[in-house]
Structure formats: structure tokens, C-alpha cells
Write a protein that binds this ligand. Sequence first.
Ligand SMILES: NC(=O)C1=CN([C@@H]2O[C@H](COP(=O)(O)OP(=O)(O)OC[C@H]3O[C@@H](n4cnc5c(N)ncnc54)[C@H](O)[C@@H]3O)[C@@H](O)[C@H]2O)[C@@H](O)CC1
Ligand SMILES: [K+]
Length: 513
Amino acid sequence: MRVYTCDEMRQIEQRADAGGLSYRQMMENAGWRATAILLHWWRQSHPAQPVMRVAIFCGKGGNGGDGLVMARHLSAAGMAVVVVLCQGQPVPAHSAANLQLLRGRSIPIYQLGEAAVDQLAAEADVLIDAVYGTGFHGEMDDRGRQAAALMNSAPGTVWAVDVPSGVAGDSGHIDPGAVQANFTVALHSYKPAHLVYPAAGHSGQLVLADIGIPASCDPVQPAFHVTDAQQVFTALPPRQQDTHKGDFGKLLAVVSSGDMPGAGQICTAGALRVGTGLVRVAIPRPLVAQYAPHLPEAVYLPLPQSEDGSAAPGAAPVLEKALADSTACVVGCGMGTGQGPAQLLQYLLQHAACPLLLDADALGILSQSPDWLNGVKAPLVLTPHPGEMARLLGISTGQLVANKLQYGRQFIEKYPVTLVLKGAHTLVFSPGCPVVINPTGNPGMSKAGSGDLLSGIIGGLLAQGLSPYLAAVCGVWLHGAAGDRCAARLSQTAMLPTDMQKDLSDLFLAHHR
Ligand SMILES: NC(=O)C1=CN([C@@H]2O[C@H](COP(=O)(O)OP(=O)(O)OC[C@H]3O[C@@H](n4cnc5c(N)ncnc54)[C@H](O)[C@@H]3O)[C@@H](O)[C@H]2O)[C@@H](O)CC1
Ligand SMILES: [K+]
């Protein structure tokens, strides 16, 4: 799946133009393809109504030019088209030329603010948002907001060309007046804002339009990447015949306290289900009897327990031998945030040579002392949800969510870790790598225990020798894909993280692993 930034798109278009596909032709192709897609949808969804009433809201740039091309083709197809110029006359020559082509045809052209426009918007079956595209920056001006408000309040279906107006294609910043589209026709490639939530929620259903640009014009190292099954199963080598458990890694899981025994159990199961050779579980001693019947494959490292049910202060040295013998370590799931767990985390950060995954309570402890990340030798993977990430940064969850890409990038610049920022379309940030957008998963996974399973999956892949970046990217994809299978089997409402273990095995079976 192609995802290119607005800047990359400009370079792609430059290369296409230099290669002989003119800007004017690209605009013609964009308007023509978007028209074909719209007509196909209309004829499928409204078979008894041959004439669609369309109001096309055009800005002054290239996006508006696409709208003007659509006006010509929709009118030629017999649709009742009106054009509303929202920012006066088009500026780029190829947009202006397309306005010129409309003169002399029976297509009414209005200026935004004319009395008839409100009524036309209210009567339109389809409203086309061609106000701003990849050139949008900053805040919407009054006219942009006025056009967006008309489209958003109209009863018809809103189709956005390229990007819903008011949504910044790269950062995903959403202007308060932004268009809420039912459909968005993305030109040549998806833009980050189509896939990164909450901006993605403004696009409605996405349709990708080929506008004739050859793949040779695409960037060699794009800034974003969307994971697919092929990448995951290439990174996970098949298990060879002549192997033993030592070939598949040893994971140390430092997890659980008295009131959260399940978190560590789900994490451990996740690690085992992705094929880890050996999982050692360090938990407060009284929990061992609870765990063992459910997870007989695990090896237990009992820790002294404090009164609050978590590991007691002074327990850390118990980990020494197991840590030295591990190929990865997961810390946090349900372990508590008191003095004992804080000491365990600090010990692991100071002593681990193997990759270390920090989740849940480990992130809670870390938010009190983020400087603990300085000077850590072990490769680190952090798996916060937005609330945990906001606490780590000392900002509100709202601030974080509105600017996920910016905060994620800044964080890995400050601390060279692999950051898995969880949520719909989880993001993975890792130094020197493209930002990865995960396409799998569904709202049925928004349940306690889901993150613990993910930690176990990524931890297990780390233990088997995948790099932090690949372990995170593949782990997040597998977790979401198992969730999608589970939702199809049990419903998003009823599915549980523990159910997803079966789907994880089905997923491996389906890919002959
Ligand atoms: N460059 C090309 O060759 C192609 C461009 N195409 C279309 O052109 C779009 C990009 O065109 P443009 O770069 O002209 O820009 P846009 O059409 O996205 O932006 C419209 C105009 O609004 C201005 N603007 C941006 N932010 C504003 C704000 N906050 N307040 C007021 N005005 C603001 C921009 O400077 C621009 O003049 C693409 O999204 C796509 O729809 C397509 O026709 C395919 C080919
Ligand atoms: K638009």
C-alpha cells in the first residue's frame, strides 16, 4: 500500500512531469478517474435515479482544478452539476484552463456567498469537496470553513478529492471546521492523514485512484510504510527441522502482582504462541500456583512479595542469572508501580544486555523518572497507549492524540528507542526507519488484556532474534490480524484477548508456519 507525504507527492509529480506526463494531464486524469469512481458508486447505489445532482466546491489551487475537471466529465455524463468557486478565480494555469473549458457549457458557476448556494448545497445528492488538497497548511480561512460547514450540514453524500479539506495531509492536524467526508478519492497514493487517527476518521471510505503516474516516479525510501502479510512472513523464518528449543530464544517476563495475575499470563501465552523456545516468568511467589495450571510450558522464577501484592523491594538480584541467560525481556504487564516493581525496572534498565520491552506499569514508573532511559545499553521497545505516552511526555492525552506523529518522532530523537504507539492503526517509530502504520486490528481489541498479549508477541519475536523494529512491526500486525480473525469468529463485542490465541495459531497455519 503506497503512503506518500504531500512533499513526496510534489516530487513524484515533478518526476512524472519531467518524464512527459504533464501537470495538466495529471489533473485531467485525476478528475476523470474521480468521476468514474463516483459514477460507478452512484449507479450501484441509486439504480432508479439516473441523474445525480452534484455541487462541486472548488478552491483556488490544484485541488479545485480537479473539481473543475470533474464538473466537465459529470456534466457530459448527464449529471446536474453546479460549481461553487470558494476562493475566487483559480490560480495555477492548469486549474484556470479547466475553468475556461466550463464556459459555454450549461454548468452554473457560483461564488461562495451567493444567495443560491445554500439551497443548492441542501438539494445536492452529492457534494464534492475540492477546496484544499495536499497544498493545505495552517488554519482554514473563513471561506474554507464556510464551504466545509455547508458540505458538512448538507444531507447529501460528501466526496472529498484527495484529502478532506481542513485536514493536513502529513501531520494529520485537523482544523475545527474540517470537512467530514463519506468518501475520499486519494490520488496516486494514500497520504498519512488518510490512515493515522483521528485524522483518518474524516476521510470516510477511502478509494485509491490511479492518475497515470508510473511507479518509477515513486520515492525509493518513503517516510511512511504500511505493513503487509508478505513483509511479516518474510521476517519470520520457517522453523527448520534440525532445531531445539534453544534455537527459538529465551524470554524473561517480569510481570503481574496480586491483583493482576492475568496480565502476565496473557503476555506469557502470547510469547509462547509466537514460537518462543522458553519463557521464564518472574512473579511474586504466591502467584506461581495460580499460573502453573494454565501455563505449564513456562518456567517460574518466584519473587518475594510485598504487602501490596507486588514484588517486594530488594527482589531484583533474583533476576540476575535468568537475565544473563535471556535473549529478550518483557517488563511491566500488571506488575504494579510500587517500590519493588520500580527497583525491578531500574535493575533491568541498568543490567540487561538483551532487548528489553517496557509496557504498562513499567511505563507508569518510567513517567516518574524518564531520565532512566538515558544511557541504557539494551535495545528498548516501548509500547504505550495514548494515555501512557501522554504521561511519559507530561502532556494531556488530547494534546498527544492530536499530534501523534510529531510527538512520536520527537520522542525517538530524544531517546533512541523503538516506540509502538498503540491505537487504531498503531504507529511504530524507530530511529532511521520509516514510520510504520499498521493496517490490522479492530475495536473489539479495545479490552483489558489486549496490550499484554501484544507485549508477549513482540517480546517473543525479540527473543527469537528479530530486530526491535521488525519485532514491533510484525508483532503489531500479527496481533491485529489475529484480532480481525477473532472478531469474524466471535464478534467485536464478545471477543476476548484470551480467545485471540486460537486465531494466532490459525493465522500461522494459513501461512504454512
Ligand atoms: N500538482 C499536480 O500536478 C497535481 C495536483 N493535483 C491536485 O492538486 C492538489 C494540490 O494543489 P495545490 O498545491 O495547488 O494546493 P491545494 O489545491 O491543496 O490548495 C488550495 C490553495 O489553498 C491555499 N491554501 C493552503 N492552505 C491555506 C489556508 N490555510 N488558507 C487559505 N488558503 C490556503 C494553497 O496555497 C492553494 O493555493 C492535490 O491535492 C490534488 O488534488 C492533481 O490534480 C494531480 C496533479
Ligand atoms: K479536498
